[in-house]
Design a protein around this ligand. Structure first.
Ligand code: FAD
Length: 409
């Protein structure tokens, strides 16, 4: 008889986990507060990025963040407020921002990203209606200092078996009027349209019998040795296995259980131009501006900003202006006026203090698993973490202690 599982949330993690749970013989029901993929999924930059081997918590990030804190157009912003959860998160982030953490986390990120690349290809080959493009990724550096730093990352990447080398920007993208010092190319990075990927997964899952229910989950309640799911509608439900994949909202759902899985929502913005004023052959990351520009077929998406401002939903126009100012600083023929009518999308990245996700069984529970906290790598890590958590629920332990959900005690 099929094992039963309820998945909470159907963003990239929920959909990928459901896909692999089905492959592992589970009968899956998904509880989603809104429509599938309503969170940080559809408007993200679409990079499947093994180049991102350095976790968010790395040396220098804290000081850079403090410098940017007081600039409303900066790529990283913390809304000043007295919030004990935020203070605890920042303390742990600061504790994790050191070289030994980077050295131990980078090979784990590399393995996960490379495995995910293979799984994306297998999923596309299996008939899911989405496409994986292989344009690589260019890290564009505005100053000699950032180019020097990026070349160090490239050297580290090569040490871990990835390809990375300096390139001539004008040869790679001759139509761009470059105002940058140089670039580093990671040919192994891919592009997937995240919206199309989620639609393809949802369609396939529905076809294979996965049930989607529109229900907002408020909390989990321990009843003897099992857990009950409390819904906003006032009802409760339960299942043999429960998987929490509610992105930035996940730790709130666990709040009553007395566990410590620190998480902050990191808001980012994007705009997608259907008839872009310029075309690119490769996706770019403008390093100092922390802006990604991704070509999807004939469309162009610009994405950026990491705003730690809680669950605030108001779109901050200053941030969008900051994104376009960064683009202008690197690209002479970038015209912000051409983007003024393009709708702004925003999403919350689920950020852990050490830049690594929580994947595996919930500490002290025999019926609850989690798969969240993928921050800027949620698309990249979707398939591999979906597979890892599904296999863990089928009885095979997650082979990466770095991802253990109870690591903060
Ligand atoms: C601007 C930007 C650019 C990005 N670019 C990239 C990129 O290029 N590459 C990359 O790998 N990653 C990127 N990311 C990160 C990636 O988008 C996220 O890490 C990823 O979407 C997280 O997936 P998730 O499924 O955990 O959460 P989400 O995608 O947010 O999905 C969570 C789902 O759970 C539902 N939900 C929430 N609360 C409840 C509840 N109480 N009850 C029921 N359902 C609930 C939500 O409605 C949603 O559908 C980017 C993010 C942003 C913001």
């Amino acid at each position: 008889m099929a094992k039963e599982c309820v998945v909470v949330g159907s963003g990239i993690m929920g959909l990928c986990s459901a896909y692999f749970l089905q492959e592992n013989g589970f009968q899956v029901r998904i509880l989603e507060a809104e429509k599938p993929a309503s969170g940080a999924a559809t408007g993200n930059a679409g990079l499947v990025a093994p180049s991102h081997i350095i976790p968010l918590a790395a040396p220098g990030v804290v000081w850079q963040g403090i410098k940017w804190m007081f600039n409303r157009e900066s790529p990283f912003y913390i809304k000043p407020r007295l919030d004990l959860e935020l203070l605890g998160w920042l303390y742990r982030f600061w504790r994790s921002s050191n070289q030994s953490h980077v050295d131990s986390a980078s090979p784990v990120l590399r393995d996960l990203c490379l495995k995910s690349k293979i799984l994306f290809a297998e999923m596309a080959d299996s008939g899911l209606d989405f496409h994986v493009a292989h344009p690589g990724l260019v890290m564009v550096c505005g100053s000699a200092h950032s180019l020097e730093e990026e070349l160090k990352v490239a050297e580290k990447a090569r040490g871990l078996g990835l390809q990375a080398y300096e390139v001539s920007l004008s040869q790679l993208e001759p139509d761009v009027d470059w105002r940058a010092k140089g670039g580093v190319f990671f040919p192994g990075d891919d592009v997937v349209d995240p919206g199309r990927f989620c639609v393809a997964l949802e369609k396939a899952l529905r076809k294979r019998g996965v049930v989607f229910e529109q229900e907002k989950v408020i909390s989990l309640k321990r009843v003897q040795s099992r857990h009950q799911i409390q819904l906003e509608s006032g009802k409760t439900t339960s299942s043999e296995h429960i998987l929490l994949t509610a992105g930035a909202h996940s730790s709130q759902i666990l709040r009553g259980l007395g566990l410590n899985l620190p998480l902050q929502p990191g808001r980012g913005y994007s705009q997608t131009h259907d008839q872009p004023p310029m075309q690119l052959k490769h996706p770019l990351i403008l390093v100092e501006g922390r802006v990604a520009i991704t070509p999807f077929d004939s469309r162009l998406r610009v994405a950026g900003t990491m705003e730690l401002a809680g669950f605030e939903t108001k779109i901050q126009d200053r941030r969008i202006q900051g994104i376009h100012k960064s683009c202008q600083a690197f690209i002479g023929n970038w015209n912000p006026a051409m983007w003024s009518e393009v709708p702004v999308w925003s999403g919350l990245r689920p950020c852990t203090p050490d830049g690594l996700p929580y994947v595996g069984p919930l500490p002290g529970a025999s019926d609850v698993w989690v798969n969240y906290g993928h921050a800027m790598l949620g698309l990249t890590l979707g398939p591999v973490c979906g597979q890892l958590v599904a296999e863990s629920m089928a009885g095979n332990a997650v082979p990466y202690p770095h991802l253990f959900p109870g690591r903060f005690g």
